[in-house]
Ligand binder design. Structure first.
Ligand SMILES: *Cc1c(COP(=O)(O)O)cnc(C)c1O
Length: 411
């Protein structure tokens, strides 16, 4: 008989120990956000809705400036008009790259939805390769970046290096730490100083004290229903980086000539984006603690977990190698059952646009699909990894993980 009570107690001790450095990062990042709010004199009228063209929407303009300050960049584009993180990433890439330009993926095969945007392995209509952009990919060697191959692949035509911070749905690579992103940027720029280092920062925001834009990333994008929305943002994405590059991206979001000067902030969105950003460092900490707890519990049940409880993390994702479809489904069923919304629903595997394999997802979230809220998903393919992330409160995460542990059982 598995002693779940004992496993839970031991896992809690591990969280207590391992969470210390993330608590420090949360404090540091809260201070960072507060300083930016103070500097830009955030006021009640920034939080009000706008309509129509929304010229000189001060709340929208100031939020861009606040994001730019937090990420230490020249410019930012923070918008509820981005329908997802994928959209923000696509707008950044499609805005900057032109036919004949070459882009090198330095961290191997990108996240599933990004493959559709790049147009690999299939040249999807409207994708980068369909538009005539040349794409090269350098796989990671296990958990390591292959710096030699990356630098050797750079030619006169190489316009951009694509770096994905988080491991995504890959079972072969690890999440990059900030220093490693810095190493890639530095090496690429040593060969070609005008190369654009682009980072997919999804799931990585506010885990560490620094962000990729502080170590050489020129352009970066991500989702607001992940870390930075703090659980409150109802939708949206962000792009931060060099002014000229963010501007090019803004012409793809709206239209050439219009850029970021327009776009209404409807309903309560402005408040949700500001308050979500204010909460984000703390919410990210809740998610990290939940991930550490899950790692500690499932390693005790005999499963391979990545990262392990004491590894240094650079995103909120916890991978658990469940090895059978039944366990993967049971895990997701348990998470769904312990969700605040749709707890009565039983998830089943299905094909989702943009993804290659059937995916099973558990997401009983207030904001549809928000993965800063407790959620689990996994593609139905070997080795049946479940990717688990989020948790607005550690208490909730703890309850759900213990339920999943009992449902999945020992290996
Ligand atoms: C989540 C994520 C994306 C974007 O996904 P959306 O669901 O469109 O927000 C892109 N890249 C990575 C690595 C991600 O984790």
């Amino acid at each position: 008989m598995t002693d779940f009570k004992k496993i839970e107690e031991e896992a809690l001790l591990e969280v207590l120990h391992a969470a210390e450095s993330y608590e420090e990062a949360a404090l540091y990042n809260t201070e960072k956000v507060m300083q930016a709010f103070r500097k830009h004199m955030v006021s009640d009228f920034y939080l009000k809705p706008t309509t129509g063209y929304a010229y000189s929407d001060v709340g929208r303009e100031k939020l861009d400036e606040i994001y730019a300050d937090i990420f230490k960049t020249e410019a930012a584009l923070v918008r509820s008009q981005f329908v997802s993180g994928t959209h923000a990433l696509a707008v950044a890439l499609l805005g900057v790259l032109k036919a004949g330009d070459e882009v090198i993926a330095a961290t191997g095969t990108p996240y599933d939805t990004m493959q559709t945007i790049i147009g690999v392995p299939v040249k999807t209509p409207g994708s980068l390769t369909d538009l005539g952009v040349v794409y090269k990919e350098i796989p990671m060697i296990g958990s390591q970046i292959d710096l030699e191959k990356i630098t050797a692949a750079i030619t006169a035509k190489t316009k951009m290096i694509h770096i994905q911070r988080s491991c995504g749905y890959s079972s072969v690579r690890k999440t990059l730490r900030i220093e490693e992103i810095g190493t890639i940027c530095k090496a690429a720029k040593a060969i070609k100083p005008d190369i654009i280092c682009f980072v997919d920062n999804c799931y990585g925001e506010f885990i560490e004290k620094q962000e990729p834009t502080e170590v050489g990333a020129d352009l970066m994008a991500g989702s607001l229903i992940k870390n930075l929305g703090g659980g409150l943002a109802p939708t949206g994405g962000y792009i931060v980086g060099r002014k000229d590059l963010v501007e090019l991206a803004s012409y793809r979001l709206t239209a050439p000539g219009l850029g970021g000067e327009m776009g209404a902030t409807l309903g309560d969105t402005a408040r949700e984006l500001y308050q979500g950003l204010f909460l984000a460092p703390h919410i990210v900490l809740q998610a990290v603690k939940t991930a550490i707890f899950a790692s500690a519990v499932f390693s005790r049940l005999g499963y391979q977990v990545t990262p392990s409880a004491n590894d240094r993390r650079s995103d909120i994702i916890q991978t658990i190698r469940l090895e059978t479809k039944e366990r993967l489904c049971n895990f997701c069923i348990a998470i769904q059952k312990n969700s605040p919304v749709d707890a009565h629903v039983v998830p089943v595997p299905a094909i989702i646009p943009g993804y290659q394999d059937e995916i099973i997802m558990a997401a009983g979230t207030f904001v549809q699909g928000a993965s800063i809220e407790l959620s689990a998903d996994g593609p139905c393919r070997e080795p049946y990894n479940v990717y688990f992330q989020g948790g607005l409160t550690f208490e909730h995460g703890r309850i759900a993980i213990m339920s999943a542990a009992k449902m999945v059982g020992e290996k």
